[in-house]
Structure formats: C-alpha cells, structure tokens
Design a protein around this ligand. Structure first.
Ligand code: OAK
Length: 829
C-alpha cells in the first residue's frame, strides 16, 4: 500500500508545473486565464473591475501555494501554536498588501501595464473587508500581519459577517447608516471549506445521568446550527510563511427542524432553517456598548464553539493526552468577547472528555491569556444570567461552578471581606443578575494584558485593583503597535522608497527599529528636500480626494490638520470643533495686517458614530454646520477650511494619513487605553497634537516632548478637576464659542442645545472647558512651528525615526516570548 501511495504521489508531482512563476509574462498569461475561465469574460474585452477580479485570483493562487506549504510544515514540526480569538478584524483591502508581502508587486505592475491596465487603478476597485468597528479590530489585523511576518505558528479565528460595519453617508450634515453587503461582488481572498463544518448547539436543558456510579450533567440542546469555515490566507513579508484567518459562517443544519419536516410543514420549516444564518449576518456597530442582546450572545457562542471544536480536533490529531494541551496550544482572548471559551473548554474537557474538574481547570488556566482594550469599569461586558441560562444552560452551571470554587479559594486568602468578594465575583448580584465577562477572563487566564503602560497602571489602581492585589504577577502590558507594511509600504510608497534609499536598505520593513537610522539624517538638507516632496505628493493626493468628496478646494500650502477616529465624547472631537470656531472667530476679528500672519489650515475630521449614539451624531452634524459657515465665508478664503470626510475606513485612512501635517489625539487623560491612530500618523511623518494619554506617554519617551504638541490635564489631575464641579474655572474663550453655537450662529439652535449641555460647567465630564486654554496654546505652538519649515521637517523626521517601537512586530514578539511561549516556525523556501 505504501508503494502504491508513493507511486501515486510521484505521478501527481510529475503532473505539476512546480511552483507558480512570477515573471511578468507568466503573470500576464495567468491574469488572462483568470479573465477567461474564472471571471468568465472575454480576454479581449474586460474592464478595471474584471481585471481586479482576475488579478486577485492570480494572487490568491500564489497565496494558497504558500498557505499549503506553511500548513504542512507546521503540521510536521508540531510546535506550540497560538490561536488568536477575536470577534472583529478590520482587514481593509488585500490586493496591494498581498503582492507587497509576496514580493511581486513590480512584476504584477509590469504585467498589468503590458495588458493596458494600471496597478493603482485596478487596486482601487477593491472594497474594504470591514468586519470590525475601530481600534481593537484594526489592531487584530495588524497583529495578524506581524504573526505571519515573524513566522509564528498562529491562526486567527473570527466571524464572517455578511454585513460589515455600516457605510456612513451624510445627508444634510446628518449621518445615515447603510448596510455594507460586502460579499455582493464576491470575495476572492477567501476559500470556502465546505467540508470543515461543525455543529453548534443552543438552548435545551441539562439532565443529570448516572454513569459508573457517578453523576454527570448532560446538555440536551434544543437547536443546532452549522458553522462553515472560510479561510483567509495572510502572507508574511520576506518569508514564505502564510498563516490562516479562519472565519465562521452560520448555515442551517440538517438537524435544525427535523420535527417540522416530519409533520409535513415543509414550507415553514425551510423558512425556519434560514433563521440559522442570521447568527453571522451582521456585525454589531456599537463599539463598547453592551446591550445584552440575545443575538450578540449567540454570535459569541457560535464563534467560540466552532473555533474550539476545530482547535481541539487538530490537537487530538497529533496528541493523545490533554496534559499536553498547554504545551501545544495558546488561546488568546481579544477582549472579553470570546471569553465564553473558558466555560466551553471546561464543558469539553469535563463533559465530553471526562477529565476531573480540577485537572480541566488547571489546563484551562494555563492555556488562556487575555487582553483588555477598555479603561473604565462601566465599559466592561456583562451578560444577564437569564439570557445566558436560556441559551446555554450547561454553561451557566459551569460558570457558577467556576465562581463557587474561585470564591472559596478567595475566602481562604482574604477572609470574609464581603465587599471585596462581591466586587470580584464573576456573578454580579443586582437588579439584573449578570455574568461579568472581564472577571471570568481574569480568573480563567494566566496573563492579563493592558495595551499601554498607562492603561495597565489604571487597571492596577482602579478597574482591576482587587485582582491585581490577588495576582500581581498575572498583570502585564504590551504596548500596541501597528504594521509598517500596511501603514508605510502600502499606503505611502513615496516615503517607503525615500526611507529605503537613504537608509540604504529595505530591512526596516521587517525590523522597524532600523528606522532610528533616520536620526543621522536629521540635519541633511538634501534629505530634507526629498522629505518635503514626499509630503507634498501625498497632500496633493489627499487634496484631490477632498475636492471629489466635498467639492472644497484646498490650498497645498495650508497645514493639513486631521482628526480621524470613531466619534466618542471621550475622544473630544467637540474640543477640536470648538477650537476651529475659536480660530474662525479670531480671524474674523483681525485686521488685514494680522491676517497676513495667520497660518492657513485645512481641518479634516472623519469618523463614524454608533447608530444609537445621539451625542456623537450631533458632533458630526455640528462639524458640518461649522464647515458650511466657514467654507462659504469669502472673507476667510484659504485661511481656514473645514472638511468632514465621510465613511472613514481603512482604505480612506491609507489616503488621509500620509497627507496629514498634524494629527489630533484629544482624549481626556485616562480614557484612551492606548490609541493606535497616532502611531500610523507618526510613521508617516505627521506631527501629533495630543494629551498625555494611552500610548502617547510612551511616544513622548521615544521622540521627546519637543517633537510633539502636548496639552491638557494629566491623568493625576483629572479626578480633582472633576471634583471641583461647578466651581471649575474655564477660559472666557470657551464660554464664548459655546455661546456662538447656542445662539444659532451655525443654525440648528435647538438641535445643538443638548450637545452644548454636555460641556457646560458642572456637567463637563470630559473636561473640555478646563483643557481649552492649554489646547489653544498647543495649537498656537503648532502654528509657530509650521512657519519654520526646517524645524517642522526635523520634528517630522524624528517622529518617523522613533516609530519603530510602535511596530506591531515588537508587540507580537513580546506576546510570543512572554505570554504565549511560542517559537517561530519558518517554512523553508
Ligand atoms: C472595542 C470594543 C469593546 C472594547 C474596546 C474596544 C476598542 O476598540 N478599544 C480600543 O482598542 C484599541 C486597541 O487596543 C486601543 O488603542 C484604544 O485605545 C481602545 O479604545
């Protein structure tokens, strides 16, 4: 039999052409073949979109090749693997990123041009994969890129939502949400695995049965849904390694409603089956607003159950003893969203694999690690017990058991301090009895991570103080990072070329620490000239986009000042807008002479508000109302413009960030866990105007406070300021600009009233008033620096030079070595 198998393998091998070739001629043939046979268009006539489809299928073939090789190699080597569990991934576009990571961008560009197409134009045809909300989700995407590039044996698991994050359209200055049915035009980057399916169960009852004289709990579920795997290859840069992002889609199971078929209600039972698919239908668009919805809980468990079945199956293929699980598998919980995994693994180990409880618990705690992306306790996820008990009755029992044992252990350690016991309990007794998912995650993980140094401090001192005192060694921080592949190489090709030219190497693309080499060039005037040109090119690109989107013509000599991120009160877009009103007011009151000294600005704001977040929506409307007034004031001209960029997403970010001179990160100190936008801007030579919050503290350590514009209350001052309440002093200018809004200077007087109320003295939780003075000073300092181009360019160079520490490669390496204990597993070429 072995001989036969070998003969077959040899014949297969002889039929293969070997690996796909990447010379431009082969690529042209390849693209044309895909036009003809995959896209089914004539190779003599196809448009840009069809070219994109064919091109991406050709790239996909190459990804699959490497994906297979990596998979086979890892399977053979049997290293410890990491599984990164996240309900959100904001991948954006894949084409450019893939060809760059595969190292065949130039070849494809040439092949396309021979066929009469332009790579950039074709790449623009791709839509974003927006299976996530904001910071947390884009971080997951950056981390996948780093895991692949650093050769770690890792997989990501997520959900394949059919509707990604809503599209934002603006009508009359108001946000409207449109569904993002992103799969409409097909998705060449995924591979449907019709044979990789698992049954996921819900509802039902738990029955006690006796086996061999012992009592066992058996879950008799009431509904079954099928999870189908869709694999998304993630190529590393400068390596053959291509890892997998496996996303689950819900499909009706054949077991779904057998009863109805048997009773002859055929039509209704088919209609009922379709209900299953709703589970993975739509991404929840409220980042960090937990509403305790059943569908959301269903999504979470659907995800957890399918992923763990898949992971355990793979483990069992290669190992036969669960004692080995912690040496072979690391499971990472990206925030609390997948934390039902802890209960699920206990159910699998105890109910299905018949391990004794304590053994199973010991294994679980060694396998899980957890990162929280939230600062304040109110932001933490809670699930009502009633909801959980009806959907997952056995899991609720397990959660109670975990908590009971934890409470017993805790009593032994801290005695009968009931206040503390109740704060640390996984079960919250209250008006609505709930499960505290963060407490569960902390209790069930061996490591709890913050996303910046300051974030960890806050967790230790406030949010998780009790837990920190119990298990100080569990608490760590891994400052976030972003991938320089996407945020420089893909999004800013001119800067990429410039850096490589002057450093004399492309090695920084895999080792961002080498960017410090730019420090040696900080006084080089030739380098300055080229640096300036790069920014200019990117500003031109952005200016064109602005004109197309909003009809506003902007001057390239103006400072491009950008704030793009989700709209949240704590991120203080309102502070920015009030600052712009102040600037406008000042210019209006200046004489001709003074106006000559004004530094022209183009203020750019972008971001989505959660659909039910009224105040955030009012901030968007205010931004439009102010823009309308300013942009149409001929008296102001190019001195000040305000534009709101609609539908901010990953691909818009790739265009906006490289073109920015200044970017704003205005969160009230102590509210932004890390912030990652700042890192992307910094990598693109944009200066930061920021509060001392989140990772900005570490950015200052790296580039020095002289190289950014810092303002606002420090974390230690915030509580005291809040205590002052209505006795707080705020600058006159603040009262004045607020008055202008209240008086209807920008129209919509009544509509903006409640928005103004949120920052009125005594009510101003995010401290816009107290920070306004120092905000204006920081803005003035930015103006002053901008008119000294030499100085500005130096600051810009030093920002990029110091950005290496904020590469997600550094974050991932840190996680791998200290938390996951995994080693690289590099697939041979
Ligand atoms: C989203 C949903 C629930 C909880 C947190 C988030 C989230 O996006 N948090 C953000 O995560 C980023 C990545 O760690 C941080 O940089 C942001 O500061 C944080 O707000």
């Amino acid at each position: 039999a072995i001989g036969e198998r070998r003969a077959k393998a040899e014949r297969m091998f002889s039929l293969m052409d070997g690996f796909l070739k990447n010379d431009p001629l082969t690529l042209q043939k390849d693209i044309l073949n895909h036009v003809e046979y995959t896209v089914a268009r004539s190779r003599f006539s196809f448009d840009d979109f069809e070219a994109y489809q064919a091109l991406s299928h050709s790239v996909r073939d190459r990804l699959i090749e490497r994906w297979h090789d990596t998979h086979v190699y890892v399977k053979r080597t049997k290293p410890k693997r990491l599984y990164f569990l996240s309900l959100e991934f904001l991948m954006g576009r894949s084409l450019s990123n893939s060809v760059i990571n595969l190292g065949i961008q130039d070849q494809y560009a040439e092949a396309l041009s021979q066929l009469g197409f332009e790579f950039e134009v074709v790449a623009e045809q791709e839509g974003d994969a927006a299976l996530g909300n904001g910071g947390l989700a884009r971080l997951s995407a950056c981390q996948m890129d780093s895991l692949a590039t650093l050769d770690y044996p890792a997989w990501g698991y997520g959900l394949r939502y059919e509707y990604g994050l809503f599209r934002q359209i603006i009508v009359d200055g108001f946000q409207h949400e449109q569904p993002d049915y992103w799969l409409n035009y097909g998705n060449p980057w995924e591979i449907e695995r019709i044979h990789v399916t698992y049954e996921v169960k819900f509802y039902g009852t738990v029955e006690e049965v006796e086996m061999n004289g012992e009592k066992h709990q058996v879950w008799v579920p009431g509904e079954t849904v099928e999870a189908v795997a869709y694999d998304n290859p993630i190529p590393g840069y400068g390596t053959r390694n291509t890892i997998n992002l496996r996303l689950w889609a819900a499909k009706p199971s054949n077991k779904f409603d057998l009863e109805a078929y048997n009773t002859g209600d055929y039509i209704n039972s088919v209609v009922n089956r379709q209900r299953a698919e709703t589970i993975s239908n739509v991404l929840y668009p409220d980042d960090r607003n937990h509403q305790g919805k059943e569908l959301r809980l269903k999504q979470q468990y659907f995800f957890v159950s399918a992923s763990l079945q898949d992971i355990i199956r793979r483990f069992k293929e290669a190992h036969n003893n669960f004692d080995e699980l912690p040496d072979k598998v690391a499971l990472h919980l990206n925030d609390t969203h997948p934390s039902l995994s802890i209960a699920e693994i206990m159910r699998i180990l105890v109910d299905e694999e018949h391990l004794v409880w304590n053994k199973a618990w010991d294994i679980a705690c060694k396998v899980f690690s957890f990162t929280t992306h939230t600062v304040v306790a109110e932001g933490l996820e809670k699930i009502p017990v009633d909801l959980l008990g009806s959907l997952l009755p056995r899991h609720l029992q397990i959660l109670y058991e975990i908590n009971f044992k934890f409470m017993e252990e805790l009593k032994k350690k801290i005695g009968l301090d009931y206040n503390r016991l109740s704060r640390m309990s996984i079960v919250e007794e209250g008006a609505v009895k709930s499960i505290r998912m963060a407490n569960l995650s902390i209790v069930g993980s061996h490591a709890v991570n913050g996303v910046s140094k300051l974030h960890l401090d806050t967790l230790k001192m406030n949010t998780f103080k009790d837990f920190y005192e119990l298990w100080p060694e569990k608490f760590q921080y891994k400052t976030n990072g972003v991938t320089q592949r996407r945020w420089i190489v893909v999004s800013n090709p001119s800067l990429c070329a410039l850096i490589s030219k002057w450093l004399g190497t492309e090695a920084w693309i895999r080792n961002a620490d080498l960017l410090t080499g730019l420090r040696d060039l900080v006084d080089n005037t030739d380098f300055h000239q080229e640096w300036k040109m790069v920014k200019k090119v990117n500003k031109m690109r952005l200016a064109e986009y602005i004109e197309t989107m909003s009809g506003v013509k902007v001057s390239l000599d103006a400072m491009f000042d950008v704030q793009v991120k989700r709209i949240h009160e704590y991120k203080r877009q309102l502070l920015n807008i009030l600052g712009i009103i102040h600037r406008y007011d000042c210019i209006k009151n200046m004489d001709k002479n003074d106006r000559r000294k004004v530094v022209p600005r183009v203020c750019i704001i972008g971001g989505k508000a959660a659909p039910g977040y009224e105040i955030a929506k009012k901030i968007i409307k205010l931004s439009h109302a102010v823009a309308e007034k300013i942009n149409n004031d001929t008296d102001i001209g190019d001195l000040l413009k305000l534009v709101f960029i609609p539908d901010y997403n990953v691909s818009v970010a790739e265009l906006v960030i490289p073109g920015a001179d200044l970017s704003q990160h205005l969160s009230t100190a102590g509210h932004e866990a890390s912030g990652t936008g700042s890192m992307k801007f910094m990598m693109n030579g944009c200066l930061l105007l920021a509060t001392a919050d989140g990772s900005t503290i570490e950015i200052i350590e790296e580039i020095g406070s002289d190289n950014l514009f810092l303002f606002g209350a420090k974390v230690q001052e915030v509580a005291e300021l809040r205590e002052k309440g209505s006795t707080l002093k705020v600058p006159l200018q603040f009262a004045r600009v607020l008055r202008m809004v209240r008086d209807g200077y920008f129209g919509h007087k009544d509509y903006f009233e409640s928005l103004c109320d949120t920052v009125e003295i005594g009510n101003d939780f995010y401290l816009l008033g107290p920070d306004f003075g120092s905000y204006l000073e920081a803005q003035a300092a930015a103006d002053k620096a901008f008119v000294e181009p030499e100085k500005w360019i130096k600051m810009s160079i030093l920002s990029v030079a110091g950005s290496g520490r904020f590469s997600s490669d550094r974050t991932i390496q840190d996680y791998a070595e200290r938390t996951w204990k995994i080693d690289p597993c590099r697939c041979p070429l």
